[in-house]
Ligand binder design. Structure first.
Ligand code: FAD
Length: 449
């Protein structure tokens, strides 16, 4: 059993202040992701017989289903997804940090399917925007008047030669992203490493990715576990950055650079994991000058990410530009409407837009896309715009986090001005991540946040 070394003190408030703070937090619109006001879902105000298909029933698909169900009367809304288990992915890092049990991130998808919404429990195999239909793996055609694509993304582990997801948790191999089970197994591997020390490798892929803060968080979390066990001096931690920067927003990148320096985390820039020898514990990175090998005792593998096959093989991806190669959907960045198929929208991780691959972004994208869709039904064009809102509570040690929120223009956004400063390591941001974010997320799935 991995050790629980969280008994070491974490920053805290005196008890009365703490109680006051927590009850205040519960009364807030729950977390920064939902702190700003958004259009509440209207209650069955629009009558229509439109057929709306939602491909993918994860964070974005379920949120879209809930909002549509409460805004429309008479519509035929269908969610197509084979996944019966819903995964609260922002909690994976907490499971892999030994803070939450595996069950914390798992719940039944059925509990979020709104009344009156049909659920086709299959994967979409084909999207035919010319014929206005999707076809499931069993060959069932589901026609639509409007399509919302919310398939999320594919973790492309096969893009790393030698990687075997069945071995996550063994021989120093971690991979937080894969699944709740893998996050838990990664905690086992990290806990062992925190006992022995050695070389710990972290990093991210060169592709677009969901929650670009998560690989950084895990380096900080690992550093802290080593310190709590008195073994930091026995370990070398190396972060392999895919580019010349540590994060897409320059001011955040600089802050992380300073924190890594402070914690003694070495950074190798322009290193992308290309191959791994799981028996020898040897990682091979692509660099501008060739390849570089690095032996490790623990590694957190974050695979390349791309659009799922059903989208990649459809006419929906960008055909040129930075989002074309990995099949991201060609949507307008302001409205999330497809640029060539006007009755198709793309929300969540699948959207080929410059920012926005977080659950917090889903909160802001879905109402915009839906407002435009309903505008098509009513004939009243929507003026709603998604500004690229992306947010990530970046854990910097157990008990502290920096709440980072930004938009397409790399402007930092502050949901709690005067309470939470974006680039400060704060206990309040930690509480938000570990306690407030999940209820907020669940409210979002139900269309209430
Ligand atoms: C380790 C980790 C940490 C994270 N931390 C944070 C965080 O701190 N804050 C934050 O805001 N976000 C965080 N995220 C990101 C967040 O979870 C995602 O951005 C969010 O879930 C995206 O929602 P989505 O609906 O686009 O994709 P998902 O929630 O992944 O859902 C996609 C759904 O589509 C389905 N699907 C796929 N292919 C098909 C198909 N062919 N047919 C039908 N259905 C299909 C899948 O089964 C799935 O149910 C984190 C993610 C990870 C992995």
């Amino acid at each position: 059993m991995p050790k629980n070394d969280l008994k070491a003190p974490m920053p805290t408030l005196p008890e009365p202040a703490r109680r006051r703070f927590l009850s205040g937090l519960a009364a807030l619109p729950l977390a920064a992701a939902v702190a700003q006001t958004s259009t509440p879902a209207q209650a069955n105000t629009v009558k229509t017989s439109a057929r709306i298909v939602i491909a993918g029933g994860g964070a974005a698909g379920l949120t879209a289903a809930s909002r549509l169900a409460s805004a429309l009367q008479g519509a035929r809304i269908t969610v197509v997804d084979s996944r019966k288990e819903h995964h609260y992915q922002p909690g994976f890092t907490l499971v892999a940090a030994g803070i939450k049990p595996q069950g914390y991130v798992i719940s039944p998808t059925s509990s979020y399917i709104p009344k009156g919404v049909e659920w086709v429990n299959e994967r979409v195999a084909e999207i035919d925007p010319e014929g206005n239909k999707v076809v499931t793996e069993s060959g069932k055609a589901v026609p639509y008047d409007f399509l919302i694509v919310a398939t999320g993304l594919e973790l492309h582990y096969a893009g790393i030669e030698g990687m075997d997801t069945a071995r996550i948790g063994q021989n120093g191999l971690g991979s937080v992203y894969h699944s709740p089970q893998a996050a838990s197994a990664t905690w086992g591997a990290l806990s062992q490493f925190a006992d022995t020390g050695g070389v710990g490798l972290f990093g991210r892929p060169a592709s677009e990715m969901k929650c670009a803060g998560a690989p950084l968080k895990y380096a900080f979390i690992s550093d802290d576990h080593l310190r709590r066990r008195g073994n930091r001096g026995k370990a070398e931690l190396i972060y392999m950055a895919q580019s010349k920067s540590l994060f897409g927003v320059p001011i955040v990148a600089e802050k992380v650079r300073m924190l890594f320096q402070d914690r003694g985390v070495k950074v190798n820039h322009e290193h992308v994991l290309q191959a791994i020898d799981l028996d020898k514990r040897l990682a091979t990175y692509k660099t501008p000058t060739g390849t570089a090998e690095q032996a490790y005792d623990f590694i957190n593998v974050v695979p390349p990410m791309r659009a799922p096959e059903a989208v990649r093989n459809s006419p929906l991806p960008w055909t040129e530009g930075p989002f074309a190669a990995d099949g991201w959907m060609e949507v307008d960045r302001d409205t999330l409407r497809h640029k060539r198929y006007r009755n198709v929208f793309g929300v969540g991780d699948i959207a080929g837009v410059p920012k926005g691959k977080t659950a917090a972004s889903v909160k802001w994208q879905v109402p915009v896309a839906i407002d435009h869709l309903i505008g098509d039904i009513t004939g009243k064009a929507s003026a709603e715009v998604y500004n690229g809102y992306t947010s990530c509570p970046l854990i910097t040690r157990l008990g502290q986090a920096m709440l980072i929120e930004f938009d397409y223009k790399d402007n930092l956004i502050m949901s709690f001005p005067g309470v939470i400063a974006p680039l400060e390591e704060l206990w309040i941001s930690w509480v938000m991540k570990t306690m407030a974010l999940k209820p907020t997320y669940i409210s979002m799935l139900r269309g209430r946040a």
